[in-house]
Ligand binder design. Structure first.
Ligand SMILES: [Zn+2]
Length: 214
């Protein structure tokens, strides 16, 4: 679903949503564009929490959704912490909205995408029925150990990198129930990757069950 109006040709990402259609109404001419308003599922966590391994396990094994890693679109110009990485978040929501129009919701794996404050204020957020957030967490010692055991080229044993991700990991534990909507947590501390992947698959299916995606 493109942001250019089929009737008047004007580009507006901020269409007015009528959930009864659902329709996305052009603010310029009132044209009603029928669209699929699906949920978006976001799986997050600090580096070392296990999200890449889970993403790898689930790719190709969850037929009812499209599983994507947010890192594939990352470029240095998106690195805008001062505005909550807004361009990056809007880009991803626009991509997920368009994928959803084929009838399957997206499960997006990423770090900053798992912070509701980065996603919820976005213009493109309105095209989803809701966003479900899940964060993988683990104990500090385990996160540190996992980062330090990575190959040297990834530079993840750098003390500043480790500290950043320990802080992010703690942020989820301290704020999961203070943000809106709340983030659900999954502790991966002493859980084998396959088991964590199974639990994430279960979470995905639970969130999608009963949701009419067609
Ligand atoms: Zn229009």
């Amino acid at each position: 679903m493109i942001n250019v109006c089929f009737n008047c040709g004007i580009y507006r990402a901020d269409k007015i949503i009528d959930p009864s259609g659902p329709n996305a109404i052009c603010p310029e001419c009132g044209y009603r564009h029928p669209f699929l308003q699906l949920p978006l599922l976001v799986v997050s966590g600090a580096s070392g929490s296990g999200k890449s391994a889970v993403h790898h396990q689930l790719t190709g094994n969850i037929k009812e959704a499209i599983v994507l890693d947010a890192d594939i679109l990352w470029r240095t110009e998106f690195n805008q912490p001062e505005n909550n990485y807004r361009d990056f978040m809007e880009t991803w929501l626009r991509v997920c909205k368009n994928i959803s129009q084929s009838g399957r919701p997206v499960v997006l794996f990423g770090a900053g995408t798992g912070v509701p404050e980065n996603i919820e204020p976005c213009v493109e957020r309105r095209y989803f029925s809701r966003v479900h957030y899940l964060a993988l967490i683990c104990e500090d010692e385990v996160l540190t150990e996992r980062l330090k055991s990575r190959p040297a080229w990834r530079k993840s044993s750098d003390p500043i990198y480790v500290e950043d991700h320990l802080n992010f990991n703690r942020w989820f534990k301290e704020n999961y129930d203070k943000v809106v909507p709340a983030i659900e947590l999954l502790d991966t501390t002493s859980v084998p990757v396959q088991e964590t992947a199974n639990q994430v698959a279960l979470w995905i299916r639970k969130k999608l069950s009963g949701h009419n995606t067609h």
